[in-house]
Ligand binder design. Structure first.
Ligand SMILES: *Cc1c(COP(=O)(O)O)cnc(C)c1O
Length: 362
């Protein structure tokens, strides 16, 4: 029982690859020959330098980042980024375009407004409860930046293609789909992602920032609230979340060396999503909540015929070692988060359970 594991469909913190957890366990008492745990070593030690530099190098390789980009590890989660973005990149007299595609975009907009910054909501899908990604959006050519949420963890939608903003830098919250698929990073001024969905544990937030954005950062901000502070010190201005960064490094190593890179990861993610959506679409019992062309490969949201059945479904699934299938408390229903670490076998086990549940309750 001690090592009993279930298929973990939690939205975040979420499943990590088993080989990564095992590697942490194996090296926990004596990290890299130091005779200390990674949780005990100095962030200024050569052993930790190796960890953070390797993590940065792997992200640069996986996303094909050119020299204009800096890879940063920050704290405060994606939620602090919501505030840092307008503080750092929205000067008086400037306006930013935000696309509102759900709970997290709404929060990002709110933080900019709290700071008294000028924000235009360029498009919103709120009219249909955020079930789709708006199309044909017109962005202001003079927007300081265009902010999007690439994957909407709660509503189960995802940008299939990133928008052409006509020159304004894209700023994207990729918390729940970073490194799940290939994309061209060159049009992005800033990409940020709380690690706890797709690439690691809670406690660290990845930020990938282009040099033209760094040049906009004003001097009159506290050090910890400026991207330039992190960029100048390789994220080591103060003590970073060493253990979380180490775990991210191991996940990146797994992604490159075990999975075989981003194209293989994307193919596996597509296959998992198609398996699950294909089954839902063929069933008259389960119903997907997102528009087909806006569906997320990461968070599959669906309903059953009644709330009572949904409750029973979530409870019985857990009895069958399928955990974390309850929808977000704000929307109800069910949600299967099938991030990078979820193996195909987990999705197949879920589909088998769904078939059986429908047979008994349909
Ligand atoms: C979970 C999530 C957040 C919030 O992240 P924190 O790290 O908890 O602040 C923001 N955006 C998206 C898309 C998320 O999925």
């Amino acid at each position: 029982m001690k090592d009993h594991r279930i298929f973990n469909f939690n939205p975040g913190p979420a499943a990590l690859p088993l080989p990564v957890l095992e590697e942490i366990q194996d090296n926990f008492l004596n990290f890299a020959g130091t005779g200390m745990s990674i949780t005990e070593v100095s962030h200024r030690s050569p052993a930790f330098d190796e960890v953070i530099n390797d993590a940065v190098a792997r992200i640069r390789r996986l996303l094909d980042l050119d020299d204009r980009f800096k890879v940063l590890f920050m704290q405060g989660g994606a939620s602090l980024q919501f505030a840092l973005i307008p503080m750092n990149f929205l000067a008086a007299g400037d306006t930013a375009d935000y696309v509102n595609t759900g709970t997290w975009s709404t929060k990002a907009i709110k933080e900019a407004q709290v700071l008294g910054k000028s924000v235009r909501v360029a498009a919103s899908s709120e009219d249909r409860d955020f079930a789709y990604i708006p199309k044909g959006i017109e962005y202001r050519p003079d927007a300081a930046f265009v902010h999007i949420t690439s994957n909407n963890t709660i509503k189960g939608t995802q940008w299939a293609k990133f928008p052409d903003t006509g020159g304004a830098p894209l700023v994207a919250d990729m918390s729940s789909d970073i490194l799940s698929r290939r994309f061209d990073a060159s049009g992005f001024g800033l990409i940020y992602a709380g690690a706890q969905k797709n690439i690691g544990p809670a406690g660290v937030c990845l930020a990938i920032i282009r040099d033209d954005m760094l040049a906009k950062v004003p001097d009159d901000l506290p050090s910890m609230l400026k991207y330039t502070t992190y960029a100048a010190k390789n994220s080591l201005y103060n003590t970073p979340p060493c253990f979380a960064i180490y775990t991210v490094q191991l996940v990146l190593k797994w992604l490159e060396e075990t999975v075989g890179g981003l194209d293989k990861m994307e193919a596996a993610n597509r296959e998992k999503a198609e398996t699950l959506y294909g089954f839902i679409d063929g069933s008259g019992f389960y119903r997907g909540t997102a528009d087909v062309d806006s569906r997320s490969m990461m968070n599959v949201t669906f309903r059953l015929p009644s709330e009572a059945l949904e409750k029973k479904f979530v409870a019985e699934a857990l009895e069958n070692d399928l955990g974390g299938l309850k929808g977000h408390r704000s929307v109800g229903g069910c949600r299967a988060s099938i991030y990078n670490p979820m193996p195909k076998e987990g999705v197949e086990a879920l589909v088998d359970f769904m078939k059986e549940f429908e047979r008994k309750n349909g």
